[in-house]
Write a protein that binds this ligand. Structure first.
Ligand code: EPU
Length: 349
């Protein structure tokens, strides 16, 4: 285990924001954590877990000890008649892991192709796209407690998945306070097991996919075909972080009660909304932002992507402060016009 000093984080955050880690340790296995915890000084330091850096906004140099998760590994742990279970190291790239499962002949992750970030980060915000969320394919994960070094396993219920949410996004209980039930900063995810059910059935309910079916006439696409469609769809509307820095959707899609929705429709007949199974109504945050005229606008070098208003981008040399200022301005105008508070998806560091 080597503690590196003054490491540039620009290549390690998908926004491409320039910032440094005062000290950084690359974690390649649980042994690295055990070794780190055996050093009383390092063990006592506040820590920041960094995966692919695709869901963070860096507003300055990171003072806590950065644990850069680079744990490798891809294997099939079970291949039964009802499902295949694969286990993937937290440091593996998510998209490459999706491609690997398809190369092995296992379908089920194709709708989540091209989501940026690492496998270890995927449960943290319960990544999802085009009708499939991580929780739909999740079996269990192993994590290590950063205080005690104890390794433990969590199933889906214990991860408390929600829309872009999990136990890993919430702070642990405070000393002296019963508030907070989470594991944020407390546990480092080591590996994730995904359950790919058999027989496979494609999930094709999203309008973008229905359009592809209509255009190509392919009514029963293979998983590889769905994967290719998803890559093409995402490529046409979302910026490639290797070219234009971004963190995917910057805000969550808000939900409102049917009464609130009726009220908003009366004022804004064009509003894009989807009924949810729980009776609430989901509104398209991209539409709300677009309606406020933000598409293509900038604050300093931070801007709103021209093809998808939900994505904030680094137009070159943006600071985290500029991204946060832009995000706040968007929140204010959406609140003033629609009375809806947009909740950011990325973590501001
Ligand atoms: N729209 C606009 N203006 C825009 C873009 C979209 O009005 O600039 C409207 C369109 O009417 C569109 C609707 O908003 O029908 C929804 O847009 P889209 O289908 O692009 O999906 P989204 O709700 O904006 C969500 C996820 C994405 C995921 C897609 C597909 C969130 C926060 N975002 O976006 O996830 O890829 O659905 O499933 O839930 C991410 O989380 O980083 C992410 C990219």
């Amino acid at each position: 285990m080597i503690v590196e000093q003054n490491v540039s984080l620009a290549p390690h955050n998908s926004f491409g924001i320039v910032a440094k880690a005062r000290e950084l340790v690359r974690v390649r296995s649980e042994a690295d954590i055990v070794q780190l915890l055996a050093d009383p000084q390092l063990a006592a330091r506040p820590k920041f877990i960094l995966g692919g850096g695709s869901n963070i906004v860096l507003t300055g140099d990171v003072r806590p000890l950065v644990l850069k998760v680079e744990i490798p590994g891809r294997r099939v742990v079970e291949d039964g008649p009802r499902a295949t279970v694969v286990e993937i190291g937290a440091g593996e790239n998510w998209h490459e892991a999706v491609r690997w499962t398809l190369d092995q002949g296992f379908a089920g992750l194709e709708n989540m192709a091209l989501i940026p970030g690492t496998v270890g980060a995927s449960p943290v915000q319960n990544v999802g796209a085009y009708g499939v969320e991580l929780q739909d394919r999740f079996e269990s994960l192993d994590a290590i407690d950063l205080q005690t070094g104890r390794i433990f396993t969590l199933d889906a219920a214990q991860c408390a998945f929600g829309y872009r949410d999990s136990v890993f996004k919430h702070p642990p209980p405070d000393a002296g306070s019963a508030l907070g039930m989470g594991l944020a900063g407390r546990a480092l995810i080591l590996r994730v097991r995904l359950r790919l059910p058999k027989p496979w059935k494609p999930v094709l309910g999203y309008a973008d996919l229905e359009r592809r079916i209509a255009e190509t006439g392919i009514r029963n696409p293979a998983a590889r075909q769905v994967f290719d469609w998803i890559c093409a769809i995402r490529g046409s509307k979302l910026p490639d972080p290797r070219v234009i820095g971004n963190a995917g959707s910057f805000f969550k899609n808000p939900t409102v009660t049917p009464e609130q929705c009726t009220d908003i429709i009366a004022r804004e007949p064009g509003i894009v909304h989807y009924p949810m199974p729980d009776g609430r109504v989901k509104l398209a945050a991209a539409w709300l932002i677009d309606a406020c005229g933000w598409k293509g606008k900038s604050v300093g070098n931070a801007g709103v992507y021209e093809k998808q208003a939900l994505v904030l981008v680094n137009r070159g040399g943006a600071t985290g402060g500029e991204v946060v200022t832009l995000a706040r301005a968007i929140q204010t105008s959406v609140y003033e016009r629609f009375g809806i508070r947009l909740e950011p998806e990325p973590v501001v560091v």
